[in-house]
Design a protein around this ligand. Structure first.
Ligand code: A3P
Length: 315
């Protein structure tokens, strides 16, 4: 079983046996039938792959570096399509913390549907559970999938759970849950492969967190080209500043700090910390025992072959 204070019942869905809170069932049909537009822009990922960072980059590029507009909460301008399937009880959480329940959480699918176009949409759904129009290619909006090495993804996921979801599980035990494909959104590999196998679609771009860390200007150029946007060297420099770890960490439109603080105050979560946490590649080395890292590497070796992601994720 999984481990959240906010949901006690989990289900497995579809060919990949993807794990969801049972609230998913209320939205399954709406997600399948969700109307997609060609001028949407989608960011998809396995949780904790660097989604927020990617969203802010994509939104800024698509909106010609609209720094003023970017002051609006990212969660409103670039909502998480299916967040209502995870946090049904967030109303309880918001009551306890005196935070207003954001409209985009009470029914995120409806909220997203009604966004002004062009819509910007975040999703962690595996490819096989995306809206039918996206899967069939009937509609082909631009979609950017971000992937991150599984060890850092896993650790980041763990900290997210303790920071925002009230988890009390130990890190070593969470690693076991993660490798058994039992955390929400299920199998890391099936998720990555689901998109990787579609990488030849002209409307899908796959980027890596590690490349954003090592050469953000180059990723920005790639994304701009993909979105058919002109961007000057000077603008790239400005955008890199805006997207730097320090700048994102102190930017209330993207950092979830208010929520985390209120949750701590109301004792809904035990853990101290920040959502924009360390942003370091290979940080897992400081957090996992050598034994767990070995197990992790074996697991990666056994699974990565199919992806041609090379061995860079076994470091
Ligand atoms: P860590 O927990 O390893 O620090 P997501 O947005 O998918 O939930 O991913 C969150 C991860 O992205 C966190 O990783 C967070 O610190 C990292 N991140 C967010 N903004 C970043 C930035 N500007 N630079 C580097 N990493 C960033």
């Amino acid at each position: 079983g999984m481990i959240s204070a906010f949901c006690t019942k989990y289900i497995m869905v579809g060919q990949d046996r993807t794990v969801f809170a049972s609230y998913y069932l209320q939205y399954a049909e709406k997600l399948k039938k969700f109307e997609v537009y060609d001028d949407d822009v989608w960011v998809a990922s396995f949780p904790k792959a660097g989604t927020t960072w990617t969203q802010e980059m994509v939104w800024m590029i698509a909106n010609n570096l609209d720094f003023q507009g970017a002051k609006q909460s990212l969660r409103e301008r670039f909502p998480f399509l299916e967040i209502s399937t995870i946090l049904k009880r967030e109303s309880v959480l918001h009551e306890a913390s005196n935070l207003p329940i954001p409209q985009y959480h009470t029914n995120s699918v409806e909220y997203t549907k009604n966004l002004q176009r062009p819509r910007f949409i975040k999703s962690h759904l595996p490819f096989s559970l995306l809206p039918e129009q996206l899967q069939s290619g009937t509609r082909s909006p631009k979609m950017i999938y971000v992937v991150r090495n599984p060890k850092d993804t896993c650790i980041s996921y763990y900290h997210h759970g303790t920071l925002l979801m009230g988890w009390t599980i130990s890190l070593e035990n969470f690693v076991k849950v993660f490798m058994a494909d039992k955390s929400t959104y299920g199998s890391y590999w099936k998720h990555v492969l689901g998109y990787w196998n579609k990488r030849h679609l002209p409307n899908l771009l796959i980027i890596k967190y590690e490349d954003m860390k090592s050469n953000l200007p180059s990723v920005i150029k790639t994304v701009a080209q993909f979105l058919n946007k002109e961007i000057t060297e000077e603008q790239i420099q400005l955008l890199c500043k805006h997207l730097s770890f320090e700048s994102m960490k102190s930017n209330p439109a993207v950092n979830f700090e208010e929520l985390a603080k209120k949750l701590r105050k109301s004792n809904m979560v035990a853990k101290d910390g920040t959502f924009i946490r360390t942003g370091i590649v290979g940080k897992y080395k400081e957090e996992l025992s050598p034994e767990t890292i070995n197990k992790f590497n074996e697991w990666i070796k056994a699974n990565i072959r199919e992806t041609e992601l090379e061995n860079e994720y076994i470091f």
